[in-house]
Design a protein around this ligand. Structure first.
Ligand code: UGY
Ligand code: MN
Length: 253
């Protein structure tokens, strides 16, 4: 995307272990072995204090990862298509993902991606070490978020949420989309054990991080570490919406 890059300003804020706002102007290209014809930036990672890794991936024409991504016995992966069209495989199972399409690969299953566009496709990619639970095993999940109905968030009619993965105890995390109508807000400032990595899909707003109100907008990425104060309200004419991960279904450790 054509974000202006200059030496005079940056909206990014980095507080290791606590939170980070990573804006698109400062992103650089990172080579990830196995990805061909792709421009990739690592966002949240253990170096920032996250227990997961998030990436923004631009797959150019012919972009693919022929050897497959991850597949280790204890690593789960998730991909969300921001725009474009990709062939995505979980092992041998094949899916075609267009805008808002996503795929979750359980531990031990490699993720294969191939751009089907003659231009670019843009993806939000995630991996995390899976926390096992005796007798339980998550499974491959795919869908398109824009085919899932929103429900009211916390009994509020102007804030909406949808879950992208099953809520079964087998899963140790979920991806959600949270959307605030213009002027809507969280009902309170949250402080909780779980972490988030959030990619802003639309709109503009103010985000409270560690009790500071910070302007944010479409294209920004936010890492929220455990317990950090967090809340948002939308400004402007479009809903403020983001896709984000949240760990769940496991005891504190
Ligand atoms: O699910 C959540 O914890 C979510 N409400 N957090 C957030 O939007 N920062
Ligand atoms: Mn939260």
């Amino acid at each position: 995307m054509g974000y202006p890059k200059d030496l005079l300003s940056s909206r990014s804020i980095i507080k290791h272990g606590l939170y980070a706002l990573i804006t698109p102007e400062g992103l650089v290209n990172n080579i990830i072995p196995g990805f061909e014809n792709c421009t990739i930036s690592i966002l949240g990672s253990p170096r920032l204090g996250a227990s997961f890794v998030d990436y923004i991936v631009t797959m150019h024409e012919g972009g693919k990862n022929s050897q497959g991504y991850c597949g280790e016995a204890d690593v789960e992966t998730f991909v969300y298509v921001l725009n474009g069209k990709v062939k995505a495989k979980a092992g041998e199972e094949e899916f075609v993902l267009e805008d808002s399409g996503y795929l979750y690969c359980p531990p031990g299953v490699k993720m294969y991606l191939e751009n089907l566009e003659s231009g670019d496709s843009r993806l939000f990619l995630y991996k995390q070490k899976y926390k096992p639970l005796e007798g339980k095993k998550p499974w491959t999940v795919s869908g398109h978020a824009n085919q899932i109905e929103f429900r009211d968030y916390d009994d509020m009619h102007n804030v909406h949420i949808k879950d992208l993965l099953p809520t079964d105890i087998d899963f140790d995390m979920n991806f959600h989309i949270l959307s605030f109508d213009p002027a809507a807000s969280h009902p309170f400032i949250e402080t909780h054990y779980q972490e988030h990595g959030a990619y802003l899909l639309s709109g503009e707003g103010m985000y409270n991080l560690d009790n500071e109100w910070i302007p944010v907008k479409k294209g920004d990425y936010i890492f929220m570490g455990p317990y950090v104060h967090q809340a948002a309200y939308a400004v402007g004419r479009e809903p403020l919406a983001y896709v984000y991960s949240k760990d769940c279904n496991r005891d504190a450790s």
